[in-house]
Each structure stands twice: as structure tokens, then as C-alpha cells.
Write a protein that binds this ligand. Structure first.
Ligand code: PLP
Length: 356
């Protein structure tokens, strides 16, 4: 549905700034937010006038449906600054498409592209000083939609709010991780909401992830819910394996989140002539490759860390180590992607957009 947008963005500037109290050298990711936020309410079947307001708490009725029936979807993207001080977004159009796909699956209204683009770029202009130069520094952007209607009726709401909040981020380096292949728990099922970036998909992951942590792993490699024979994702990232010189990743499906980092790596790999196979990956194939030494690398891919290198894989009662290469595929794709994001390489795919 294409709406005609007659409503201009309303901006209420904050009269104070928190920026001077921030230690940008020691950012605690996701705990600290910029001075402004974007909000747009959906009432009576339409999105109302979009607004930028000072960052502030929100007030909701305790019966707001988001609290009871979990109608909540979100996105995660970043803004980057180059050495001249220009600000860029990376494939933000894909994030809008995906939040609208997620919203559709949760019976929520789609958000108009014009409001998203305008709201996001104005927000980044207002809070531009929060985006620091230097490779690794960025502004993490979190759009989300929640069902705000006060009612315990177990059906979809008719009132929602779309927000965007922003949090400064430093080069995210969590170190290499050990991951446990799940042979019981699932993050999604066929016919379910795994492809949506829905809050509930995360809520369901914490408990099994804690069990894996007790065994010394940081994340779970999720497998298909019906047979647990196929590898699907790693924690909240898509997963890649390198067997000999072939890069492997699972095809997206209704159970797998269609990651923008994943598809960017696939596009780069294809363009650069890597052997890449997007196909079902059997757990037994990975275990075999771990045993015979043909598994050369494994890594997760997602916006937060770009790539997260896997150094160990557990399956049932066995743990196998995975080589960590300083000049492997993981490092190569991380470098190539961040070079595009920070305007340090030619953007042959047209992924980068200058905001200001
Ligand atoms: C967000 C997310 C990803 C990564 O997506 P990007 O667009 O690359 O950030 C992968 N898997 C899950 C489950 C996710 O929620």
C-alpha cells in the first residue's frame, strides 16, 4: 500500500546534550543513547506525523499489547564516518524492507519508506557529533515497532509506534568464540517467524544459550527444528564455513534470517571469484571436515561485528578446534566490507549512501 505523505517531519531539539559526559574511548555497547530519537504513531489505520524529539522514556498503558502478545519487531544498522567527516549508511534500504517483512509476519502495518529515509537522515544530522571518525567507530541504529494499543484481547493491535534510537559503538571485537551445535533446542521452525527480526525470536534463545554457556560455549549453532541435521545460523548471526577453499553458507528460508552482512559477503565472494556454495549444510559434513582437517575456517556474519570468528565447535560430547587464520577468508571479507562502509574503497555495488 502506497500512502501519499503529506505530513512533514516535526523536529523538537533537545536543549541539552549528554555528549560531553561520554567517554568515546570506552563505550559500553548499547547502554548509552544519543540526544534525539525518532517516533511515529500509527492510529486509525494511518501513520501520523513523524517526529524527532529529545531522547526520553516512553509511557505505555500496562495492558499495551506488546507486553502480552509480543508484537515487536526491530532492525540493526550502522552509520559510519570517513576521514573527511562525511557520514554514510550501508544498505539501509534493505533494513527498511526487512522490518516491513517482519512487520507483515507479525500482522503489523508496514512503515512508509519516505518517513524512514527522512527521519533517519535528519536524526543522523542532528546527532552527527555522536558518530566518531576512525575505523571501528560507528553509530548503531535501532529502529523498532511495538504494539501500543491498550487491550488484553488476543489479536493484533490497531495502534503502534515506530521508533529509531541510536547508540555509539566502537569496533566490536568479542574475541573468537566457541559454539555448540544444537541437537535439541531450535530458534525457529518451519511455518514460524524465524525469518522475521522479531523480539520473541531472541527471548527464546536466551535459555538454551545459557545452557551452552554453562558448558563453556558462547553461542549456539542452530540447526533445523525437525531433524537437527542441518546447520542454520550461529547465535544471532548467519554462519559461514570454509572447507578447503570453498566458502559455504546455508540458503535463507522461512527459518533463517536474511542477513544483509551475509548477502553482502556472498556478493563480494562471487564478484571476486571465490568458490562459494549456498546450499544445505549437514552437521555430519562439518564434523567430518573438522575431523579430517578440511574445515579451514568458520565465522558468523552480522552487522554488529561484521564477522565473528569461530575457534571451536562442540557437538554432543565432543569439542573440536577450528583454525583461526590471520589472513583467512573471514579477515578478507571483514576488511572488504568495512572498507566500503568507511568510504575507503570503491563502492561498485552501490551499497553506500552519503547522509551528510
Ligand atoms: C540480525 C540477524 C542476523 C544478521 O543480519 P545483518 O543484517 O547481517 O545484521 C542474522 N541472524 C539473526 C537471527 C539476526 O537477528
Amino acid at each position: 500500500m502506497k500512502e501519499t505523505l503529506s505530513q512533514p517531519l516535526k523536529i523538537t531539539k533537545s536543549t541539552t546534550t549528554k555528549i560531553n559526559s561520554v567517554d568515546f574511548e570506552n563505550i559500553n555497547f548499547g547502554k548509552l543513547f544519543t540526544d534525539h530519537m525518532f517516533a511515529c504513531h500509527y492510529v486509525n489505520g494511518t501513520w501520523q506525523q513523524p517526529e524527532i524529539v529529545p531522547y526520553q522514556p516512553i509511557t505505555l498503558d500496562p495492558s499495551a499489547r506488546v507486553f502480552h502478545y509480543g508484537q515487536a519487531v526491530f532492525e540493526g544498522l550502522k552509520a559510519y564516518k570517513d576521514s573527511k567527516g562525511d557520514t554514510f549508511l550501508f544498505r539501509a534500504d534493505e533494513n527498511l524492507k526487512r522490518i516491513n517483512k517482519s512487520a507483515e509476519r507479525l500482522a503489523m502495518p508496514e512503515f512508509p519508506e519516505e518517513y524512514f529515509n527522512k527521519g533517519l537522515s535528519e536524526l543522523l544530522k542532528l546527532d552527527n557529533d555522536w558518530i566518531k571518525q576512525g575505523k571501528g567507530n560507528s553509530l548503531y541504529i535501532r529502529p523498532f515497532i511495538i504494539a501500543t494499543e491498550a487491550s488484553l484481547m488476543a489479536s493484533e493491535a490497531n495502534q503502534y509506534t515506530f521508533y529509531i534510537i541510536c547508540s555509539p559503538a566502537q569496533s566490536y571485537y568479542g574475541g573468537e568464540v566457541d559454539v555448540l551445535i544444537s541437537d535439541y533446542y531450535s530458534r525457529s521452525a518451519s511455518g514460524g517467524i524465524g525469518y522475521a527480526k522479531a523480539a520473541g525470536n531472541y527471548a527464546g534463545q536466551f535459555y538454551p544459550t545459557n545452557l551452552a554457556k554453562e558448558k563453556g560455549y558462547q553461542q549456539i549453532i542452530w540447526t533445523d527444528s525437525s531433524s537437527h541435521k542441518y546447520v542454520e545460523e550461529a547465535g544471532t548471526m548467519n554462519i559461514f564455513f570454509r572447507i578447503n577453499d570453498t566458502l559455504l553458507t546455508a540458503p535463507t528460508s522461512e527459518r533463517i534470517l536474511d542477513g544483509i552482512t551475509r548477502k553482502s559477503i556472498i556478493a563480494l565472494a562471487e564478484k571476486e571469484g571465490y568458490n562459494i556454495e549456498v546450499r544445505d549444510i549437514e552437521v555430519t559434513e562439518i564434523i567430518e571436515a573438522l575431523k579430517n582437517g578440511t574445515l579451514k575456517e568458520a565465522f558468523g556474519a552480522g552487522t554488529a561485528a561484521v564477522v565473528s570468528v569461530i575457534k571451536g565447535i562442540g557437538y554432543k560430547d565432543n569439542k573440536y578446534s577450528v583454525p583461526v587464520l590471520s589472513d583467512g577468508f573471514a579477515q578478507h571479507f571483514k576488511q572488504s566490507l568495512t572498507n566500503i562502509q568507511y568510504n575507503e574503497a570503491e563502492d561498485t555495488f552501490g551499497w553506500r549512501t552519503k547522509v551528510c
